[in-house]
Design a protein around this ligand. Structure first.
Ligand code: BJ8
Length: 426
């Protein structure tokens, strides 16, 4: 970062010493995990720049927008509709929670056997190291898994601008009605905060912006079906991670430009790993920045990741919002319909996720699936059995991994992943 952002971080209330420590860890991880990769597309230069400025220029942009009267909304879950946030002329930022930072403090408020993702956002807040949390005018929590739902009750005590959105747990008509009423309540809350009335034209703009971002990510995903894969899974994951906090229009343009380059690579038969490298689909819990542990192990163990069935991946982006409606009511219904299809493991039953994983494995020509669950995450850990059974029926090999954000199990994971990749070669 060329600019000195310390005055801005101080104003946001960050603990500069702890924040420096975090940035140092992040910088080193980025260097060893990302910048050491071979054959990266040139278009990744934009993502490297964004990551280099993740706590700098982007936060400055948010602060500048706030000075002009706009609001920043922090979110933890893909159930929060960005379309409504954009329609209210506000800015949506995903609050990443992918680092083991401040866990000691988090464990003073939460049981030790809480998943790393939840401990991470507590740790970031308690250690005052996340400028996105501090820059947000409103933070949206959701009633998805029990861990998050109950943790938000405690989080509200340290983050008073936390708003809770209810998310249904089944897919019946009454559940859709519940989701719709929650989206309407959220729309009203946004109006109170921003003083912007969300009409059909504003909704349409929000829908177009988010649909365009999704389309760019679909384009990227489909190019990864080629052998050799034109981009690494690590880089594709990073793009999906950055999607949560970058300016959506600028991000979409950059991804489309990168896809032009990848298309040329596909035409030239150029890839990040040799043709015939074993291909893996990763399915399961979302991987927030800088949770790159498992993908890094997979891609340094002789395989390439060709898709992510995750909320930081295709579960979070699949299905466009139908933009054909002309009234606010029709467009709101279209938004609800799209979000109601998200197949997070908090739903019961959750058959569509099982089908989607098999479909993705076939579409991206994966040789096998690595199912990833964070330790103490009941929804994904329990569902991993059904995923395994569904894949077995399709003749697709899979393995189930449970881990956390620590580095302690690196060796053990590496051994398991290497053994799985070996089976894919035969
Ligand atoms: S829609 S996946 S982003 S809830 S890992 S905190 S589930 S115990 S993150 Fe998620 Fe929304 Fe669902 Fe997607 Fe709980 Fe599991 Fe922890 Fe998790």
């Amino acid at each position: 970062m060329a600019t000195d952002y310390r005055p801005m971080w101080t104003k946001l209330g960050l603990d500069l010493e702890a924040h420096d420590a975090l940035l140092e860890v992040l910088g080193n991880m980025y260097q060893t995990t990302y910048l050491s990769q071979k054959n990266r597309p040139k278009g990744m230069g934009y993502l490297d720049f964004v990551m280099g400025e993740v706590h700098g220029l982007r936060i400055q942009e948010l602060e500048n927008a706030k000075a002009q009267g706009r609001k920043v909304i922090g979110t933890f879950c893909v159930f929060v509709p960005d379309e409504l946030i954009i329609a209210a002329d506000a800015i949506s930022v995903g609050l990443c929670a992918g680092a083991e930072f401040g866990f000691e403090d988090a464990e003073k408020l939460l049981p030790r056997n809480t998943c790393s993702l939840i401990k991470s956002f507590f740790g970031f807040k308690l250690n005052k190291v996340c400028p996105y949390i501090e820059a947000s005018n409103m933070i949206v929590g959701e009633t998805t898994c029990d861990g998050k739902k109950k943790a938000y009750e405690i989080f509200k005590g340290i983050q008073p601008n936390l708003y809770i959105m209810e998310v249904p747990q089944m897919k019946n008509a009454a559940d859709r009605e519940l989701l719709k009423s929650e989206f309407i309540r959220f729309k009203n809350e946004l109006k109170n905060l921003t003083e912007v009335t969300i009409d059909a034209a504003r909704l349409k703009k929000g829908i177009d912006t988010v649909n365009n971002r999704r389309k760019a990510l679909y384009r990227l995903a489909s190019l990864r079906a080629s052998d050799p894969a034109p981009i690494s899974g690590l880089d594709a994951l990073l793009i999906n991670q950055v999607a949560f906090y970058d300016n959506p229009v600028r991000f979409t343009e950059s991804v489309n430009k990168l896809c032009d380059e990848l298309e040329q690579r596909v035409r030239d038969g150029e890839g990040v790993f040799p043709k015939g490298t074993p291909r893996v689909l990763v399915a399961g819990c979302p991987m927030a920045v800088p949770n790159w542990k498992l993908p890094a192990i997979i891609e340094t163990s002789g395989a390439v990741i060709v898709g992510e069935e995750s909320c930081v991946g295709e579960r979070g982006t699949q299905n466009l919002v139908d933009d054909s409606g002309t009234t606010g009511e029709a467009l709101m219904n279209a938004i609800v319909d799209r979000y109601f299809k998200i197949d997070c493991a908090i739903f019961t039953p959750n058959e569509s996720r099982l089908t989607h994983i098999s479909e993705m494995a076939k579409k991206y020509n994966a040789d096998g699936v690595v199912h990833y669950a964070l330790q103490f995450c009941s929804p994904y850990s329990v569902e991993s059995y059904q995923v395994e059974q569904a894949l077995l029926k399709e003749g697709i090999p899979s393995t189930r991994i449970e881990t956390d954000y620590s580095q302690e199990d690196l060796g053990q994971l590496q051994t398991r992943i290497e053994a799985f990749i070996e089976t894919l070669k035969s």
